[in-house]
Design a protein around this ligand. Structure first.
Ligand code: IPM
Ligand code: MG
Length: 362
């Protein structure tokens, strides 16, 4: 297969981790007879510096016609001025919207080798295997808002949802749950928020189409607690945009480190292979404090490239090969700094990528 992958390396550690993911994709391509071409495009802070906008039109055009998009991370202190007209994060939100990527899949699976790296007790972590589906193009991120500005003293955001927006992400989550352990948890704040009451009503309605599913509706505050107290009881979890953002940072602690977690954002656009055009990114940020030192963990980006192969190119065997290679490197006791503990060997970003490539070759 030939595939064109748009790479939005972004800022901070973004370029360091996407370079390792590209290396691994190239190696997997060589092993299985595929040719992946990488088309580097600008987004985020560097795009603001070079082209004056966080999301250039050329980037959107390239992404729309690609087979998949691989993203590093955006943002950094250089662009943190709250009064700036444009911000790196705006580019990220705008490309999610431009590609209509309404479902963000964030699998949280604990690699047993990393139990010691988690802040949570081993007995609580045993069996954790979650798929959080975060709605990605609605809610407070995109609703009507008012900025207070320099002299204003009033500001607001609006958590706005429509029935079709809820239906499509709940349906996608239900389908995912059908392919897993048939358990689906919908998270809302229906005791307080009007948008959550709509969410709950539409969810109940859509899930009538899936009588086989075991369904639970949980309030977001309680969910924050359950995720730490009994995370292994959940399987697929679906929630609106802002709740999903918060819960997935929390859930990442179940996997030992944010540096381990990949994500896939999917919508309704199809690529040349008649599969969903998706954007794949580690859930961690641009980590400006460690950028440029080649110590960042590239495994989340590498595991994101495995999700890319699976969801946008239909290459399941190849995706599984990357996941197995990552497992094998972890089994050898090799770690980047963020997941290191007594008895492991600490390596940098590039060496970690090289080791995954070597493991693929075995
Ligand atoms: C994420 C990030 C982004 C978000 C930021 C960088 C805008 O936290 O992808 O989870 O809030 O969606
Ligand atoms: Mg986040």
């Amino acid at each position: 297969m030939d595939a064109r992958i748009v790479v939005l390396a972004g800022d901070g550690i973004g370029p360091e981790v996407t370079a390792e993911a590209e290396k691994v994709l190239t190696a997997v391509g060589q092993k299985f007879g595929h040719t992946f071409t990488f088309d580097q495009q600008l987004m985020g802070g560097r795009a603001i510096d070079e082209l004056g906008t966080s999301l250039p039109d050329a980037t959107v055009e390239a992404a729309k016609t690609a087979d998949a998009v691989l993203l590093g991370a955006v943002g950094g202190p250089k662009w943190d001025n709250p009064n700036a007209a444009d911000r790196p994060e705006r580019g990220l939100l705008a490309i999610r919207k431009a590609l209509n990527l309404f479902a963000n899949l964030r699998p949280v699976k604990l690699h047993p080798q990393l139990i010691a790296a988690s802040a949570i007790k081993e007995e609580v972590l045993a069996g954790v295997d979650l798929l959080v589906v975060r709605e990605l193009t609605g809610g407070a991120y995109f609703g009507p808002r008012k900025e207070a500005g320099a002299d204003g003293d009033e500001a607001y955001d609006t958590m706005l949802y429509t029935t079709p927006e809820i239906e499509r992400v709940v349906r996608l989550s239900a389908e995912a749950a059908m392919g897993r352990s048939k358990k689906l948890t919908s998270v809302d704040k229906a005791n307080v928020l009007a948008s959550s009451r709509l969410w709950r009503r539409v969810t109940v309605e859509v899930l009538k189409e899936y009588p086989e599913l075991e369904v639970e509706h949980v309030l977001v505050d309680a969910m924050a607690m359950h995720l730490i107290r009994r995370p292994a009881d959940f399987d697929v979890v679906v929630s609106e945009n802002l709740f999903g953002d918060i819960l997935t940072d929390e859930a990442s602690m179940l996997a030992g480190s944010m540096g381990m977690l990949p994500s896939a954002s999917l919508g309704d656009l199809m690529n040349n292979h008649n599969l969903p055009l998706g954007l794949y990114e580690p859930i961690h940020g641009s980590a400006p404090d460690i950028a440029g030192h080649s110590i960042a963990n590239p495994l989340a980006a590498i595991l994101s490239s495995a999700m890319l192969l699976r969801h946008s190119l239909g290459l399941e065997k190849e995706a599984a090969a990357i996941e197995a290679a990552v497992d094998s490197v972890l089994n050898e006791g090799v770690r980047t700094m963020d997941i290191a503990h007594t008895g492991t060997e600490t390596v940098g970003t590039v060496v970690m990528g090289d080791l995954v490539v070597q493991a693929l070759g075995r």
